[in-house]
Design a protein around this ligand. Structure first.
Ligand SMILES: Cc1cc2nc3c(=O)[nH]c(=O)nc-3n(C[C@H](O)[C@H](O)[C@H](O)COP(=O)(O)OP(=O)(O)OC[C@H]3O[C@@H](n4cnc5c(N)ncnc54)[C@H](O)[C@@H]3O)c2cc1C
Length: 382
């Protein structure tokens, strides 16, 4: 197979999951000819963007530096819902609960105060009075954020794909990329079917970053994570319509969860935050074992004693975690025509719309006004 020298497109987007589908849409909407390449189908369940729900929030305990991006992301979530007609997110309010000095509570408060975000501070007793299903320990505090809620990952990917195609993007599914390279005139991408060529390349590989982006020198660990859908026990306060939550206990174990968004028999989804085991996309154990379910029920019962019925369903998913748990979104360190978005470290989905916008800025203008200094891979180069 000869390598073509003519460019076929302005830009190739490699990977059409959460970030890549948003990038394809923003690039096509701004008039570029876009080719998107995805190894699986639309909104598949083998990467990091499935499972029905993802928390969205602004009082960001990970670092207040993320807040301006979240404010823009919220604007774009609203626009995505309007333009696509898909119900891509819901606002439920959110509780961030933990000991007074915990990252979850104190960090959320710091972000809220730094950026003047609306919030309320609640004692454990006030949490229980307002949301009867919740029973935090006496010495715990909560920050309540009215604007927190959840996004629907599969619908979000579908919405971006549909809007990208409407804007003229050519998107290929079931076409894995085998390798890519770059020269002074453009980028070449070899797939099982053919070799494509474009002026620019955007790489959004999710958990495949270690194989597709090994040359950026950032060590990214792929972690197996489990999501659980749990039934309430008879007579307990209902989980429907309530807030999303993140809870940290005295042992600094974080869990998070959602209301019963698929009705009571769908269960309420809960999971450990950052309690994964190393894996690769090829070796991940997709079976969820009885001891894992028992550990989840015991931990969630510390906060929600009624949410300890049967585990109705469970599924695995992958985090791509950097050493400092901040993202990598930047021009490739060695190739001007290549931009990368990876290492979302288990907290990237709420940023999907704004990452799409940032990647379009980087391709079209070579820079962005968004504050992405925190995501420069240079900070982690080995
Ligand atoms: C269990 C779990 C819970 C989470 N909860 C939250 C949350 O509550 N809030 C939040 O903000 N974030 C959350 N996250 C994180 C968030 O979901 C991820 O950061 C985000 O989905 C990552 O998107 P991505 O585009 O990087 O990866 P993906 O969506 O996986 O996309 C990568 C795509 O690249 C494709 N690809 C890879 N290699 C190739 C190749 N060679 N050729 C062609 N295509 C290729 C893959 O098939 C895939 O479709 C959670 C993640 C998990 C796993």
């Amino acid at each position: 197979m000869g390598i073509p020298t003519e460019v076929d497109h302005d830009v190739i987007v490699l990977g059409l999951g959460g970030m890549g589908s948003a990038a394809a849409y923003h690039l096509a909407a701004r008039g570029l000819s876009v080719l998107g390449l995805e190894r699986f189908g639309v909104a598949h369940d083998r990467g990091s963007s499935h499972g029905g729900s993802r928390i969205i929030r602004q009082s960001y305990f990970e670092d207040p530096a993320y807040v301006p991006l979240l404010l823009r992301s919220y604007e774009l979530w609203e626009k995505l819902k309007r333009d696509s007609g898909f119900d891509v997110y819901s606002i439920t309010g959110g509780l961030f609960i933990g000991p007074e000095e915990s990252t979850t509570f104190a960090g959320s408060l710091q972000s809220s105060e730094t950026w003047g975000l609306d919030h309320e501070v609640l004692t454990a007793r006030e949490v229980h009075q307002r949301f009867p299903a919740f029973e935090p320990g006496d010495r715990q505090m909560a920050l309540f954020e009215q604007l927190a809620g959840f996004a629907r990952p599969e619908l979000t990917v579908q919405a971006h794909i549909r809007l990208a195609e409407q804007a003229g993007a050519e998107l290929h599914f079931g076409e894995p990329v085998l390798s890519w390279s770059c020269d002074d005139d453009g980028a070449s991408v070899v797939t099982a079917a053919t070799t494509h060529r474009a002026s620019h390349l955007v790489i959004c590989p999710g958990a495949w970053a270690p194989e597709l982006l090994s040359d950026i020198g950032v060590p990214i660990r792929i972690e197996r994570q489990v999501m659980y859908w749990i039934d309430s026990i008879a007579g307990s306060a209902p989980m429907a319509g309530g807030p999303i939550y993140i809870h940290e206990n005295e042992r600094i174990e974080q869990i998070y969860g959602f209301p019963a968004i698929d009705g009571p028999r769908g269960g309420a989804k809960a999971a450990f935050f950052r309690k994964g085991t190393d894996c690769t996309p090829d070796t991940i154990d997709r079976v969820v074992h009885p001891d894992e379910k028992a550990a989840m029920l015991e931990r969630v019962g510390e906060l929600l004693p009624g949410l300890t019925g049967d585990v109705l369903d469970a599924a695995t998913c992958m985090y791509s975690t950097t050493p400092d748990e901040h993202f990598v979104v930047a021009r490739h360190p060695w190739f001007d025509r290549v931009n990368v978005a990876c290492g979302f470290s288990g907290h990237g989905f709420k940023f999907v719309p704004v990452i799409g916008e940032i990647l379009a800025d980087l391709v079209i203008d070579g820079r962005t006004d968004h504050p992405i200094g925190l995501f420069d891979p240079g900070r982690l180069l080995q």
